[in-house]
Design a protein around this ligand. Structure first.
Ligand code: UD1
Ligand code: MG
Length: 452
């Protein structure tokens, strides 16, 4: 059997995610979620990390939890069942977190990738580059680094005269050493280790430092000091590898992820007219040929078909479905609702827990009153129905195919509008069908050339 290089890629890979931190700087409210469960573009920070690491196929996956451990544990069992939570109590530093994680997988041998749970901008490509360099150089440890003019509070990467990695010095421990603080290369905190040298380096890490903590960075220094190879891999976009600590960081991550998502939709042929004012959360599936007009917000997991037009100023909440050629216009909120092919709701409406049938038209100011104070109820609007301006549909209620409601009609719960019937008034009652083109439903404020 051939040994060495050709077998390196087959080395098992474990993933450790450090996620025990509190996130005090994001919110001090008692009800605030633990930091890694704070949402960014529709999903928690930790879910972005899960997405970035997924293609690596690591097994086992250990997530170190501490603050909000129960909430994070519950989230993991639902959304990331392949990950196992390991409790770190108390939190005695990043080195302590890695040690506890390694102790939970005592038999594992291979490579160990370490990432933080609060780095939502993490990209698979960076991790692949780190692992590739780590394996190609046969390093005992590797780290991703970045270079900026002033790395602030981050750990500085010190190299020897030949450029080989020596150790990391935390800014807090540099004291007044201007020479250390002047180093522009910083530690991102993302590492790949060989399991064995890592285990050895984690034994009795010193806590005699500014934070009184066990530092993961010291494990790297120890491995280098023993004369083993530590590879520092420079990242092209180090800003994307920095964790979220403050609200400002969270906003910066949001902005990057938002832009990335929009760019991907544009590349696939979705006409996002103004990416500067559009938000599309994660997991929206939008067919090529759909148009998203400015100032629109498309929630997580929405589906939008080809030929649909959304916006300007539309809000599609998570999971809504906009069918082929359907239109959602300005100041329309759509929640857990399906608009079937060619259905239109073009102005000022709330559609919640509803189905709007093919070709139906929702007049300006229509509201589905879906909440009775305790429970949500459904509204079903049939194909080609015409809902007059200002109609209130009190759910649960149905409007049959081709049914019509007059302006300001209030259709009470359970008082379904039969197919083809026109209802008017408060509460809405059927009227005898009139001859001629103008029914009360036609009283929308729209000029004729724009169409209903
Ligand atoms: C750490 C690095 C620093 C690097 C920086 C990059 C150390 C000692 N320093 O800084 O060199 O520049 O990351 O962001 O490692 N965590 C736990 N348990 C703990 C402590 C932390 O799970 O006991 C988690 C936190 O939730 C967080 C991550 O580890 O996700 C990093 O911790 P944080 O305190 O933000 O990093 P620093 O110590 O500031
Ligand atoms: Mg710290």
């Amino acid at each position: 059997v051939k040994r060495g290089k050709s077998r390196k890629a087959a080395r098992p890979l474990a993933l450790l995610v450090l996620a025990a931190g509190k996130g005090t700087r994001l919110s001090t409210a008692p009800s605030a979620p633990p930091k890694v469960l704070v949402e960014c573009l529709g999903v928690p920070l930790l879910d972005h990390v899960r997405r970035a690491v997924a293609p690596l196929g690591a097994d086992p996956i250990v997530v170190v939890v501490g603050h909000g451990a129960d909430a994070v544990g519950a989230w993991l069992s639902e959304r990331w069942p392949r990950a196992r939570a390991v409790r770190q109590e108390p939190q005695l530093g990043t080195g302590h977190a890695v040690r506890i994680a390694m102790e939970s997988i005592p038999d594992f041998d291979g490579d160990v990738l370490v990432v933080y749970g609060d780095v939502p901008q993490l990209e698979t490509a960076d991790l692949e580059r780190l692992l590739a360099a780590h394996r190609a150089k046969d390093a005992s440890a590797s780290l991703l680094t970045g270079v900026v003019d002033d790395p602030g509070r981050l750990g500085r990467v010190l190299r020897d005269a030949k450029g080989a990695f020596q150790r990391i010095v935390e800014a807090k421990d540099a004291g007044r050493k201007a020479k250390v603080l002047a180093v522009r290369e910083f530690n991102t905190g993302i590492y790949a280790f060989r399991a064995r040298p890592l285990r050895t380096a984690l034994v009795a890490l010193p806590r005699a430092n500014a934070q009184g903590e066990e530092y993961a960075t010291d494990a790297l220094g120890r491995i280098a000091a023993r004369g083993e190879r530590v590879e520092a891999v420079l990242s092209a976009d180090p800003a994307s590898l920095l964790g979220v600590n403050t609200l400002e960081d969270l906003a910066a991550a949001y902005s990057v992820l938002r832009r990335r998502t929009l760019t991907a939709h544009l590349a696939r042929g979705v006409a996002v007219v103004d990416p500067d004012t559009t938000v599309i959360e994660v997991d929206a599936s939008i067919e090529a040929g759909a148009r998203i007009l400015p100032f629109s917000h498309v929630g997580r997991g929405c589906r939008i078909a080809a030929g649909a037009i959304v916006g300007p100023f539309a809000r599609l909440r998570g999971g809504s479905v906009i069918g082929p050629g359907a239109e959602v216009g300005n100041f329309v909120e759509v929640k857990a609702t399906t608009l079937e092919a060619g259905a239109k709701a073009k102005h000022l409406a709330y559609l919640g827990d509803a189905v709007v049938g093919e070709g139906a038209n929702i007049g300006c100011g229509t509201i589905t009153a879906n909440f009775d104070g305790q429970r949500k109820h459904r509204t079903v609007i049939g194909a080609r129905a015409r809902i007059g301006s200002g109609t209130v549909l009190v759910a649960p209620v149905r409007v049959g195919e081709g049914g019509v409601t007059g302006a300001n009609a209030v259709v009470l719960a359970g008082r379904d509008v039969p197919p083809g019937v026109t209802v008017v008034g408060v509460p809405a009652r059927p009227v005898a069908p009139r001859k001629g083109p103008r029914t009360p439903a036609a009283a929308t404020p729209e000029p004729p050339e724009d169409g209903p």
